[in-house]
Ligand binder design. Structure first.
Ligand SMILES: C=C(O[C@@H]1C=C(C(=O)O)C=C[C@H]1O)C(=O)O
Length: 250
């Protein structure tokens, strides 16, 4: 393949360790890299305007020719810290919920847990861009990514969805995986994997480059996010995709 391979990665802090490796590997010369929020990555893969994306796993069934091409992704075995339901009242008392328009996976994870774990049926409200300021009274909201990390001390009730998934199923949860929508050269895929792996060996450097005061990135990268799509993670993924066959989960 002579043209550059178009790669779309998540624009949040969670992806920085993988990007650190990709940007410093010779593979960077073979790719056009763009960063965007997860729902847009899914849309671009579906419309075939990119070749590989760090795709929200819930979108995989809607992408023609989708296949997971890498051993790396975004998962969590217990608390993830950046995917939560935020609320002013206990979850049993909420009467409606906003779902983050930037998400495709966590918004469905929230619906699976509301239905099967908390066993409550609440109407979903379409979230406008400023929906975070509208989370009040009995209206809760799902928030993902850096905006979620920033909200952790601002709400009385914070329900970490990877933690509740673990309690509910005993399994880790996979949020996103590198997915291609076409055959790509094998040597490209192996270099891409190597680049991802290299990045994970440089967490200290990534933390030093991304100074934030609202969360401890050492904890985030080393304890919350799991980057390796190991066998346990894949079991969690399979089970989640089973739950998504339920047409009431949108
Ligand atoms: C852990 C996270 O995982 C993500 C959540 C996604 C989703 O809900 O669709 C998609 C990609 C990941 O960025 C996060 O964004 O905080």
């Amino acid at each position: 393949m002579n043209r550059k391979i178009k790669v779309s990665a998540v624009s949040y802090l969670n992806t920085k360790p993988l990007l650190y490796g990709i940007e410093r590997h010779s593979i960077i010369n073979d790719i056009d890299l763009q960063l965007e929020y997860p729902a847009l990555i899914a849309q671009h893969l579906r419309e075939d305007t990119v070749d590989i994306g760090l795709v929200p796993v819930a979108a995989i069934p809607s992408i023609p020719n989708a296949r997971i091409v890498s051993d790396y992704g975004i998962a969590a075995d217990g608390k993830v810290a950046s995917v939560c339901i935020y609320s002013r009242v206990p979850i049993e008392e909420i009467d409606s919920i906003y779902l983050d328009y930037q998400s495709r996976t966590s918004v469905r994870l929230a619906q699976v847990l509301l239905k099967h774990y908390w066993k409550i049926a609440v109407p979903i409200i379409q979230a406008p861009e400023n929906y975070i300021e509208l989370i009040k009274g009995k209206t809760a909201g799902v928030i993902i990514g850096d905006r979620a990390l920033q909200q952790n001390s601002h709400f009385e009730y914070v329900y970490d969805l990877a933690e509740y998934w673990k309690t509910f199923t005993g399994l880790p949860f996979v949020f996103a995986a590198w997915v291609a929508n076409k055959d790509l050269p094998e040597d490209f895929i192996s270099k891409f994997n190597e680049a991802n792996k290299n990045g994970l060996a440089h967490i200290d450097e990534v933390v030093a480059e991304n100074r934030i005061d609202y969360y401890d990135l050492q904890v985030y990268y080393r304890e919350n996010i799991q980057y390796d799509l190991n066998e346990e993670n894949r079991k969690g993924l399979e089970l989640f995709l089973e739950y998504l066959k339920d047409p009431t989960i949108v």
